[in-house]
Design a protein around this ligand. Structure first.
Ligand code: 2HA
Ligand code: ZN
Length: 273
């Protein structure tokens, strides 16, 4: 099968373009990774051209030997749909999970995303919890970023505020959302901090930078990012009208919602204000 005809490749390209159309990927902002299923690897293997091994910058032993579709470092999301072979690549990890090599894509040179350590460490944490998790997505979501300048950088505050601003939020991310304080992007340190939060949540906010979302497939992961960002937009609009809310969803309302929708909402987020 031609590489670009594979359904997982088409799904990846569509998600990248959807993010671009949302306005979350100025210039080369954001990155996307997908842990490819073994049968999907075999379906496109005839297209592989193995390049030299390179260090990942961290170690992910539980992903050893696996293949990933990832956006390229410095590449623009707006170009992914037009020039996928120049903008994205498929990589293979070595048997220790310490090195990667490009097997397809980035035909004009380049490296996988600068956030490869964060993507792989998050994918590893999620795989160990639930092998169905395959997608990690980083986007520069405008309204979430705006909120990191005015809300305390605490998981409990961001979770509660996002839950309150759209009734579907506690159902879509019942575990809540974590917050990483401002850190230098691209390295192992921020990757460790983010993957620690991913043990508890599917969403992590990077203060003054953006958001990471993890999920089982492209629809769920994009939908998670979209839902959280939309809720943030409603909060930004509300705070722009007046500094307080006249009415909102109360802790007991969340408890009733949890019963009817069969989700568990941790009490740590249902505090009295
Ligand atoms: O430029 O978003 O975090 C890619 C990024 C780095
Ligand atoms: Zn970024």
């Amino acid at each position: 099968m031609k590489f670009l005809d594979a359904e997982f490749v088409q799904g990846f390209i569509r998600m990248a373009n959807d993010g671009w159309e949302q306005g979350w990927h100025e210039r080369n902002g954001g990155n996307l990774s997908y842990r490819v299923k073994p049968e999907e690897v075999e379906a496109v293997r005839e297209n592989f051209q193995e390049k030299e091994w390179q260090p990942i910058g961290t170690t992910v032993p539980n992903l050893a030997g696996e293949y990933f579709l990832v956006t390229g470092s410095g590449k623009y999301f707006r170009n992914v749909i037009l020039k996928p072979e120049d903008s994205i690549c498929m990589i293979e990890l070595d048997e220790k999970g310490e090195n990667y090599r490009i097997v397809w894509g980035l035909v004009n040179g380049g490296r996988p995303t600068s956030e490869l350590p964060s993507h792989l460490m998050n994918l590893e944490v999620k795989k160990l919890q639930n092998p169905k998790y395959r997608v990690v997505y980083h986007a520069h979501t405008t309204n979430i970023i705006a909120l990191t300048f005015v809300l305390p950088l605490e998981d409990r505050v961001f979770t509660r505020e996002l839950w309150e601003m759209a009734t579907e939020c506690p159902v879509v991310f019942p575990a809540g959302v974590g917050v990483v304080p401002w850190m230098v992007p691209g390295g192992r340190e921020i990757a460790v901090a983010t993957s620690e939060l991913m043990k508890k949540y599917d969403l992590a906010i990077w203060a003054h930078h953006g958001m990471f979302a993890a999920g089982e497939d492209f629809d769920l992961t994009f939908g998670l990012m979209h839902t959280a960002e939309k809720s943030a937009e409603i909060l930004v609009k509300t705070l722009s009208m007046r500094p307080d809310k006249l009415q909102t969803i109360q802790p007991d309302d969340f408890r009733h919602l949890a019963e009817d929708f069969h989700v568990t909402l941790p009490e740590e987020f249902l505090y009295e204000k």
